[in-house]
Design a protein around this ligand. Structure first.
Ligand code: PEP
Length: 263
């Protein structure tokens, strides 16, 4: 279902009216985690002012440590809905448990499945059956074939509104949080008709790498990027070192506009 063999035209996925697909490079930005109404609104305003058309923000955070901030849950979803009403930006937010899919889908414009759940087949089937667009991150140790098969689980339930997101893979290199697999962008686009975006924030894990990795992603033909921003990264409850501040995001957006989108 997701293979390009039977569907040679590349697909566009519409998220609350915002297209992700060939001919555009979509900027998705927002906080890694929803922390407070004020922080989320400020991050969304930064995103919108820089030209982002979709807001990201996690209410359910899949953290490596059980002692780390796990997200606000439904209270976070309510904050996102309020911020959407204020800014007009449709929401992309993660769901980590099949039991929460209905609840998260009742607030979200797009459901995100994260790297740690990329082969949670019950979750993939649940998001496939709920009728909302899905962003599927690549598992940190998944081959491109495994990633596309994970997408197939969603598609099999009748949902082809899937966006693939390359977010870095685990390699022997420790200088970066993950290794951005730039070649995954054209490879996945040739194998699948689904749009492919890149998460430079979680790939590098470092603020100073977000712009160069964005350049690399777009030069390779990515259909968009998803970027962490925070009004006060030093106070962030999650992933502060990779969050951009206002001026950085505007610069990134300016650089993005210099690349003509590939078809
Ligand atoms: C995220 O985008 O909030 C996230 C946790 O990303 P990943 O699943 O790629 O680690």
């Amino acid at each position: 279902l997701v293979s390009r063999d039977n569907h040679p035209e590349r697909s566009t996925v519409s998220v609350g009216g915002v297209p992700i697909g060939p001919g555009t490079v979509t900027l998705i930005a927002g906080p890694c985690a929803v922390e407070t109404p004020q922080q989320t609104l400020e991050a969304a305003q930064m995103a919108k002012a820089a030209g982002a058309t979709l807001l990201r923000g996690g209410a359910y955070k899949p953290r490596t440590s059980p002692y780390a901030f796990q997200g606000l849950g439904e209270a976070g979803l309510r904050i996102l809905a309020d911020v959407r009403a204020e800014t007009g930006l449709p929401i992309v937010t993660e769901v980590v448990d099949a039991h929460d899919v209905e609840l998260v889908a009742s607030y979200a414009d797009m459901l995100q499945v994260g790297t740690r759940n990329a082969q949670n087949f019950a979750l993939l089937q649940a998001v496939g059956g709920i009728g909302k667009p899905v962003m599927l991150k690549r598992g940190m140790s998944a081959t491109i074939e495994e990633w596309l098969m994970a997408a197939e689980y969603i598609a099999q339930r009748g949902n082809l509104d899937i966006v693939l997101c390359e977010r870095g893979i685990r390699t022997f290199e420790t200088a970066t949080r993950n290794t951005l697999d730039v070649s995954a962008v054209p490879v996945a686009q040739r194998l699948s008709h689904l749009p492919v975006i890149v998460d430079p924030s979680h790939s590098g894990g470092r603020r100073d790498l977000v712009l160069p990795l964005t350049r690399a992603a777009i030069a390779a033909g990515a259909d968009g990027v998803i970027i962490d921003v925070h009004p006060h990264p030093e106070q962030a409850l999650c992933d502060g070192p990779q969050a951009l501040v206002d001026g950085d995001l505007r610069e990134l957006s300016r650089v993005m506009r210099q690349f003509p989108p590939l078809l």
